[in-house]
Design a protein around this ligand. Sequence first.
Ligand code: SF4
Ligand code: F3S
Length: 101
Amino acid sequence: MTFVVTSNCRGCRFTDCVAVCPVECFHGDGEMLYIDPDECIDCGACVPECPVEAIFDEAQLPKAEEKWLKLNAELARNLPVIAEQGDPLPGAQKRKEELGF
Ligand code: SF4
Ligand code: F3S
């Protein structure tokens, strides 16, 4: 089991999730974050922290977001750990509104 970052994170990267993760399993590029499934302990703490509801338990992934399970695992492996909260991406607030949050 793991938790998965999905498409709403892209272009937002609010990083509130990182601040509560006890095991530093978030990795990131310039667009979004990804969870390393080998490190995630399934605590669920990150889910309510995301202002755009981008994080799901893999067992509850919406159909349209299923591709992110594999992508998180693949991409997290080769990207740096993001262990500290930082500024959201420029345009994150606008994207958040567009997403309906
Ligand atoms: Fe980190 Fe827990 Fe979220 Fe997994 S479920 S990414 S361990 S905060
Ligand atoms: Fe992305 Fe939400 Fe975390 S926007 S960086 S999953 S708080």
